[in-house]
Ligand binder design. Structure first.
Ligand SMILES: [Zn+2]
Length: 497
């Protein structure tokens, strides 16, 4: 006995296993497992669908965004959860277009809204379309899911922090071979002659059976004529007046107007900025401009009041806009803004009748490099408890950097190395490997988060165009209305055979 005790005393401490079952990470994992086991099978038919697009929000933006959002609240960023990370189902969407390895936002949303990938820069048309070719677009038009929802008697709306005529929101109502045909002055003369119409007119002049009940965003210049504020239209049309000329239709221009809107009543156009809506970081610019959450809440309340079921597209465009500028601080702020807007949708809807999907149209070339201890700001230098770690040249380095963009080295120039205060300031532009005036999108698959009817069908890895199929199934839609016989020219196969 004595010898045994002696042996015990001599055993190294590591031989006594830690009791993992008492570790808070372990018990949290057990709780998560039980919640998954107890989760009821989703229903099959949806009354409502809310589709959130974090423009440019790859999985890298989600990870960096959650760390940023957690740290902004004085919490541990790494273990923080964005609202949509609590949704029960997840999958991966392959985002390439009919002609490019890496998609733009036009094809990105078009594939999701029509079930067919098209060429980059085209919206609401199939892959037979030729870029900037009006004639080819007229024969390639496909009803969007929002239009099909309207034809089935439901309500529909679109919300964005970009212009309402920007590519992603146009995915709800627009049909163009080129995304920049936003106002009449953007169309070449031959396109206008051939019968193509700019996106602002498509939104405002849509027939009643497909017209959006709610459209919130920016880019007033596309809707009003030259000489009226920022107006750029040369055809003399004031489309805000065209909008309100129909019975009950309403038009609002600021946060107060939005807030005062009665949820009952006719279709609402809300244009809150010349250009994109400003970042909430810029409080002065943002005065009396609604947040994405404000717009989402009002859109849901208006659409839900229709009692018919609804489809709503909500885009956080600013994630992409700020990534293009390599401004990680504002891009990640907008991931947090998206998270808040999704939370509002989660709180205002019932998982038994509303399908919520949160995804991206494509990613951006943001990289999260190792080295920093958990408490260090995600936008700052790589530091271990306040001590800078260096690169191979013995210089400080950053946790976040980009593959391409304005933060890259111009010919002959060296990218300056910031101090910590500069790196963590809202106006800092992260360094990029390759200099470009605007960062390029990235092509890896993007995450898809969902809850509600049919959300279990959004698991695994699938084409971006498959998301349309799930939404159409949840709504029991019979498919797009075929306006004319399919164009005769040969159709390319988009997907592998
Ligand atoms: Zn972009």
């Amino acid at each position: 006995m004595k010898a045994f005790l002696l042996l015990l005393a001599l055993l190294p401490a590591t031989a006594v296993a830690a009791d993992a079952t008492k570790n808070p990470q372990f018990t949290a994992g057990q709780k998560a497992l039980q919640a998954a086991l107890d989760r009821p099978q989703p229903k099959r038919k949806a009354r409502n669908i809310i589709l959130f697009i974090g423009d440019g929000m790859g999985i890298n933006s989600v990870t960096a965004g959650r760390i940023f959002a957690g740290q902004a609240r004085g919490l541990d960023g790494a273990s923080y959860k964005l609202s949509f990370e609590t949704l029960p189902y997840g999958g991966f969407s392959k985002t390439y277009s009919a002609d490019k390895l890496v998609t733009d936002s036009a094809n990105g949303i078009s594939a999701i809204m029509t079930g067919v990938k098209t060429i980059n820069a085209a919206i609401g048309v199939d892959d037979s379309v030729k870029s900037k070719d009006c004639q080819s677009a007229l024969g390639a038009r496909i009803d969007t899911l929002a239009e099909q929802a309207k034809r089935s008697g439901r309500a529909a709306g679109v919300v964005t922090t970009a212009g309402i005529t920007d590519a992603t929101p146009a995915g709800a109502y627009g049909h163009v071979p080129f995304r920049n045909w936003r106002a009449d002055v953007d169309l070449p003369a031959d396109a206008a002659k051939a019968g193509c119409v700019d996106l602002a007119r498509q939104l405002v002049e849509a027939p009643d059976d497909v017209r959006m009940d709610v459209a919130f965003g920016g880019d007033l210049q596309d809707f009003v004529p030259t000489g009226t504020g920022p107006g750029k239209r040369a055809d003399g049309r004031d489309l805000t007046k065209t909008w309100v000329s129909r019975p009950g239709a309403r038009y609002v221009t600021d946060a107060a107007g939005l807030s005062a809107l009665d949820t009952k009543g006719g279709p609402v156009l809300g244009i809150f900025a010349d250009g994109d809506l400003p970042s909430p970081v810029d409080t002065e610019l943002h005065r009396n401009v609604p947040t994405l959450s404000d717009m989402t809440a009002k859109a849901i309340d208006i659409l839900a009041a229709k009692k018919s079921g609804y489809f709503l597209l909500v885009e956080s465009a600013s994630i992409d806009k700020w990534h293009h500028a390599n401004n990680a601080y504002r891009a990640l702020t907008d991931v947090d803004e998206l998270s808040k807007a999704v939370r509002i949708a989660m709180d205002r809807t019932d998982p038994n009748d509303t399908l919520i999907i949160v995804t991206a149209d494509h990613s951006h070339g943001l990289v999260i490099s190792a080295g920093s201890s958990r408490e260090e700001p995600i936008t700052g230098l790589v530091r271990n408890h306040g001590v800078n770690l260096t690169d191979g040249n013995n210089q400080p380095r950053l946790t976040l950097s980009y593959a391409t963009g304005p933060g890259g080295p111009k010919a002959g120039a060296v990218v300056p190395i910031p101090d910590e205060a500069t790196a963590t300031s809202p106006d800092f532009h992260q360094p990029a490997l390759v200099y470009m005036a605007s960062a390029q999108h990235a092509g890896e698959d993007v995450p898809v988060y969902s809850r509600g009817p049919d959300s279990d069908l959004l698991t695994g890895t699938f084409e971006s165009s498959y998301i349309y199929q799930v939404m159409a199934h949840a709504f029991s839609l019979t498919g797009p209305k075929v306006a004319k016989p399919v164009a005769k020219h040969r159709r390319r196969h988009v997907h592998g055979r």
